[in-house]
Design a protein around this ligand. Structure first.
Ligand code: AMP
Ligand code: MG
Length: 394
């Protein structure tokens, strides 16, 4: 049995960043920027007014000063002439500041009679001009790799970049195995249950940026499983669920080996998730997850997300951990790392973690209430309320 760190290192070593593809800006949110992109223009491209008011010469500004209004500069249509002493140009937010002017007086500070404005005795002292390139200048870059947020999409649009270089989405083939499984919506036989993990894992993988192909459920016989594995051709990663422990019906490794699997490791010192397997099936990385619903989802977080991150060019780092205040006592841990289902919240301004009192790896209802994993090292001694412990938020 190897440790979680060792298993993660062996898994991430099976992957490399995928090729780059270009997507239209409208499809870029949530994708991973693959190469740095540079602004092709300055923003704003000219000195622009940040208020509605009058563009004047700073020198002329004094309480009670009068100006002759000689024209207008609107957003999208500037004023062609030059502002001279004692002159003003009516200006609006986003409009180019005309030549000669170096100050905008806000309209609230003046009174206007026909084409003459008079500045009040008290007025706002800001200049209200955004210099050219105030937001960004030509050549300034957005750096890769980076998960593109809605704000990034707005910035890329402003930079006038319409086609965005991103990593291709990893394609993951998901194979659930078991004679007892039927798909949600079907009518199960008396000894059957509904397949759940494959749906949870598909959601988890897609939330991490993958495209998933959910294959038909493989039955616990060699022919059915071999057929399912052959249907995984073309995937960047094959994930099987169940059939990988030591029961008579756990045939995944044997069948995959017959098809050319070279196992990298089998069994990890963790709870839940001990019967985890990884290897290469004819050059395609294959990860065999344990069948227990919670085990497969926890392993999905701990191992599959970093694996996808390698393919997305983000590196295969372990999921980040935070320290939280423990809300209940915990007994000593055994010889395997424990990833306890827990609820994280802020209490008295402090990040606090409540481990769930039921930790059976079959309980999806508990997993659904949890929002974090409380990580306990192998042989961690007993812990008391108030101790700081490591958590993985998800
Ligand atoms: P196995 O590793 O195949 O022995 O599966 C362990 C446990 O997980 C058994 O109780 C299975 O019924 C259950 N299981 C395996 N695969 C799934 C699945 N896709 N959805 C729900 N339960 C599953
Ligand atoms: Mg099974």
């Amino acid at each position: 049995m190897i440790t979680v760190d060792e298993a993660l290192a062996k898994i991430t070593a099976l992957f490399a960043p995928l090729p780059i593809e270009y997507v239209p800006l409208r499809r870029a949110a949530g994708r991973i920027l693959a190469t740095d992109v540079a602004a092709t223009r300055n923003q704003p491209p000219f000195a622009a007014s940040s208020m509605d008011g009058y563009a004047v010469m700073e020198n002329d500004v004094a309480p009670g000063a009068e100006f002759a209004v000689i024209g207008e500069s609107a957003a999208g249509l500037g004023f062609d002439g030059t502002v001279g002493a004692g002159q003003a140009v009516r200006i609006f937010t986003g409009a180019p500041v005309p030549k000669g002017a170096d100050r905008v007086i806000i309209q609230e500070d003046v009174s206007r009679v026909e084409n003459v404005i008079t500045l009040g005795q008290i007025f706002d002292n800001s200049r209200y001009i955004r210099p050219a390139g105030d937001d960004f200048s030509i050549g300034e870059t957005m750096q890769a790799p980076r998960l593109l947020t809605p704000a990034d999409v707005a910035l890329l649009a402003s930079m006038n970049i319409a086609e965005i270089p991103v990593r291709r989405r990893p394609i993951v083939a998901l194979v659930a195995t078991g004679d007892e499984l039927v798909m949600p919506g079907e009518v199960p036989g008396p000894d059957q249950i509904i397949a759940s993990n494959n749906f949870g894992l598909a959601a988890l993988l897609e939330a991490t940026g993958a495209e998933t192909r959910m294959l038909p459920i493989a039955r616990d016989n060699a022919a059915s499983l071999a057929l399912a594995l052959k249907m995984c051709k073309g995937a960047d990663l094959i994930v099987t669920i169940g059939g990988v422990s030591v029961g008579d019906h756990d045939i995944v490794q044997d069948v995959a080996r017959d098809l050319g699997l070279e196992t990298e490791f089998y069994k990890v010192a963790m709870r839940p998730g001990k019967p985890l397997m990884a290897g290469l099936l004819r050059d395609t990385p294959m990860i065999g997850l344990p069948g227990n619903p919670v085990s497969s989802m926890v392993c999905g977080h701990i191992f599959l997300r970093p694996a996808l991150n390698v393919m997305l060019g983000l590196g295969g780092h372990p999921l980040p951990r935070e320290l939280a205040r423990l809300a209940s006592d915990l007994g000593p841990n055994g010889g395997r790392e424990h990833y306890m289902r827990a609820r994280l919240g802020i209490e008295y301004s402090q990040l606090t973690v409540h481990p769930h009192d039921r930790q059976d790896s079959a309980l999806l209802s508990v997993l659904s209430k949890a929002n974090a994993l409380l990580v306990r090292a192998a042989n961690d001694p007993a812990r008391s309320i108030g101790d700081m412990v490591e958590v993985i938020r998800y």
